[in-house]
Write a protein that binds this ligand. Structure first.
Ligand SMILES: NC(=O)NCCC[C@H](N)C(=O)O
Length: 406
């Protein structure tokens, strides 16, 4: 059967196709010395993280979701000269290297077969793995230093690209440790036959915008978190572009605390039904939104002012934009300490497979019980090791095809 044309207009339409990344050798690079810089909160047990991820992928496949693996898509495109050239250039685009080491790194990477090159671009290249290294920068490096740093956060496929309607926004990731991820998603959506003809809505050279901050609340209505990662400038640019291309009529811009626990909007709230969210109780009453619309559709990047109203309470502003009476918040009934613990462990970061059917980490027992009491079927997955990167089922998945809502 022909694959369905890619696209998504909501968070909860039946999920048909998703991109995941099974974590691999890149996680073995993590040590207590580099976890902060590489945005992990601990050193994961890699084999167990892979088992957990395999079970996540199996849970999706068992429910009829086609799982695409990012490393395989990457290896496919690295069979062609354009993606090879672009991604090798991106891997050595680092002022630490200097010309001599850069040349040696290019020669090494250029000699690799597609699957090996894909693996190396993801796992990185350590000093002692480089054949034929030379030059001052090389000689002054330590054995374990990275010529090409690893990408352990590629696991969180949600952040480096996001589909809005039938177009894909390649993200502009804020943290240096994640910049190169966008070059990989860009190469895949540009060169893979699966995505031929797809228009790109955003790119990594623009203001910071991360997929974890973008929620498709309803067809035509986006919520965009602005905080540690996505900037107001990024939200404005995205709004202009989705209006210009007829992909949305309203963008709700939602300020969130600029701290690690709430790095993206999807760490505090995700949709579990067409009119319901699970939300961190500590923010449910105080979250606000700026409602952005356009009187006349702008051009992609013109400078005409958008219409900005607010701030207003998020739930009311969202319901008004979505054209519903009320956006329900599933009351997790949590005491503040349990709520804080389960938010940190991504209890609010669920992946909807369909209305009222969501994947969640099993460890968040109180949040999951509340979801079930509210009529949401919860598919529980283990995440004790996966969670050390601070991301849950939504962060670890990029929906590529969802059914439109009826
Ligand atoms: N959407 C998400 O919240 N993604 C989780 C990203 C975790 C990753 N370690 C990061 O800090 O960017």
């Amino acid at each position: 059967m022909e694959p369905r044309a890619p696209g998504a207009t909501s968070e909860v339409g039946r999920l048909r196709t998703v991109v995941l990344h099974r974590p691999g050798a890149e996680l073995r690079r993590l040590t207590p010395r580099n976890t902060d810089q590489l945005l992990f909160d601990g050193v994961p047990w890699v084999a167990r993280a892979q088992e957990e991820h395999d079970a996540f992928a199996a849970a999706l496949a068992d429910r009829g979701v086609e799982v695409l693996h990012l490393d395989r898509l990457l290896a496919d495109v690295l069979d062609g000269p354009e993606a090879r050239e672009e991604l090798i250039a991106a891997a050595v685009d680092d002022p630490r290297l200097g010309a001599t080491l850069r040349r040696a790194a290019v020669a090494h990477l250029s000699g690799l077969a597609p699957a090996d090159l894909a693996a190396t671009l993801i796992a990185g290249l350590a000093h002692d793995e480089l054949r034929g290294g030379s030059g001052l920068a090389y000689r002054l490096m330590d054995r374990g230093d990275f010529v090409v740093p690893p990408l352990p956060n590629l696991l969180f496929t949600r952040d480096s690209s996001v589909w809005v309607g039938d177009q894909v926004a390649v993200a502009s990731l804020a943290m240096p440790a994640r910049h190169r991820e966008s070059t990989i998603t860009r190469a895949v959506v540009t060169h893979h036959p699966r995505f031929t003809g797809v228009e790109q809505l955003y790119d990594a050279s623009l203001e910071h915008l991360e997929g974890g901050d973008v929620l498709l609340l309803a067809p035509g209505v986006l919520a965009v978190g602005v905080g540690e990662r996505t900037t107001p400038g990024g939200a404005e640019r995205l709004a202009r572009r989705v209006f210009a291309r007829g992909l949305a009529h309203t963008v709700l811009v939602v300020p969130i605390a600029q701290q690690r626990a709430t790095m993206h909007l999807d760490t505090i709230a995700t949709m579990v039904d067409v009119d319901a969210m699970v939300m961190y109780p500590a923010v449910a009453g105080s979250l606000v939104a700026w409602t952005v619309t356009a009187d006349t559709p702008p051009d992609d990047d013109d400078t005409t002012d958008l219409v900005v109203r607010g701030p207003a309470p998020f739930l009311a502003a969202a319901a008004a934009a979505m054209g519903i009476d009320r956006l329900r918040v599933i009351d997790t009934g949590l005491d503040p300490v349990t709520a804080e613990r389960e938010q940190w462990d991504d209890g609010n970061n669920t992946l909807a497979l369909a209305p009222r059917l969501a994947v969640a980490y099993e460890r968040n027992t109180v949040t999951n019980a509340a979801l079930e009491a509210a009529g949401i079927e919860v598919v529980r997955i283990a995440g004790s090791e996966l969670g050390s990167g601070r991301g849950g089922p939504r962060c670890m998945s990029c929906p590529v095809v969802r059914d439109p809502l009826p």
